[in-house]
Write a protein that binds this ligand. Structure first.
Ligand code: ADP
Ligand code: MG
Length: 273
């Protein structure tokens, strides 16, 4: 009981400290529709620097769309998104921007993203998947980019696979390379969209461990959509629950998991156990 109490205090102290941090992500009144279908219906969400937010909710509730909007992979109808104080809705013609310009905008506001399906370049080695974008987008020299790529491969436990092509890596290894690539430019915010749901169950643990370490060691803000409740309870500071494009619950991870306020959250959690 003593250990639990002190772990609890740590959490409370951490929550208090994070509450004083600047906003890393500020979503206000976000509304997004595909044709007549409203997919995000007035989302307000602030994520503080260093805060880890788990995004839960049934399939189709809008988790991926929200993450994609934050990373400006989608445009939206109404509302605003700021990352690191920078407004991301620089132009409503976002899709007309050259991919390189969008990448540069993302780099300058500091957002990285990890997808369910890894999205590595299939013809490039693990190291080059990380080093390439550091040269093309961040303008690093070959030597600097290689050094940074090696350092990150070591952090995700893949030094020995630096020269392997994606088709020779396991799903867990692919996702660890993708995470290394996403954090390589030192983003202030990392978005992860169901990073373990395409993996065989025995490979989930190694990826969650890498994410957990980044959250603890790097202090970068994370928004992670996941179905891993135990992981969310251990790593997330806050849990945000989406249903039908609205946030129906937003609170400290423990509280949402053990004493959800909304009946839909309770039902969802029960089904997941
Ligand atoms: P989640 O990630 O929570 O499963 P999504 O954000 O993927 O939810 O989807 C939310 C809703 O938006 C769903 O009803 C989905 O069918 C719809 N949707 C997602 N992407 C598109 C798209 N490109 N065109 C039309 N509808 C879409
Ligand atoms: Mg999704």
């Amino acid at each position: 009981a003593k250990v639990l109490a002190s772990a609890h205090e740590d959490r409370a102290a951490r929550a208090a400290r994070l509450a004083g941090n600047v906003a890393a992500v500020e979503v206000t009144g976000l509304r997004k529709a595909y044709g007549p279908t409203v997919v995000l219906d007035g989302i307000d969400l602030t994520v503080r620097a260093g805060e880890v937010v788990a995004l839960l909710g049934p399939s189709g509730s809008g988790k991926s769309t929200l993450l994609r909007c934050i990373n400006r992979l989608e445009s939206w109808e109404d509302g605003s998104i700021k990352v690191g104080g920078c407004s991301l809705n620089v132009t409503d013609e976002g899709h007309a921007l050259a991919p390189r310009a969008i990448a540069q905008m993302r780099a300058s506001v500091g957002v990285g993203m990890v997808f369910q399906q890894f999205n590595l370049f299939g013809h490039l080695t693990a190291k080059e998947n990380i080093a390439g974008p550091l040269r093309w987008v961040q303008g690093l020299s070959r030597m600097e980019a290689d050094r940074r790529a090696r350092e990150l491969l070591e952090r995700v436990g893949l030094s020995h696979r630096a020269d392997a092509l994606p088709r020779h890596l396991s799903g867990g290894q692919l996702q660890r390379v993708a995470i290394a690539r996403a954090v390589a430019p030192n983003p202030s915010v990392l978005l992860l969209d169901e990073p373990t749901s395409a993996l065989d169950p025995e490979l989930v643990g190694e990826v969650l461990e890498v994410i957990r370490r980044l959250a603890v060691e790097d202090g970068l803000a994370m928004v992670i959509s996941t179905h891993q409740l135990r992981f969310a309870g251990e790593v997330a500071d806050r849990i945000v629950f989406l249903s039908g494009g609205s946030i129906i619950e937003d609170g400290p991870a423990e509280q949402v998991l053990t004493a959800p306020r909304h009946p839909l959250t309770a039902r969802f959690l029960n089904k997941m156990e």
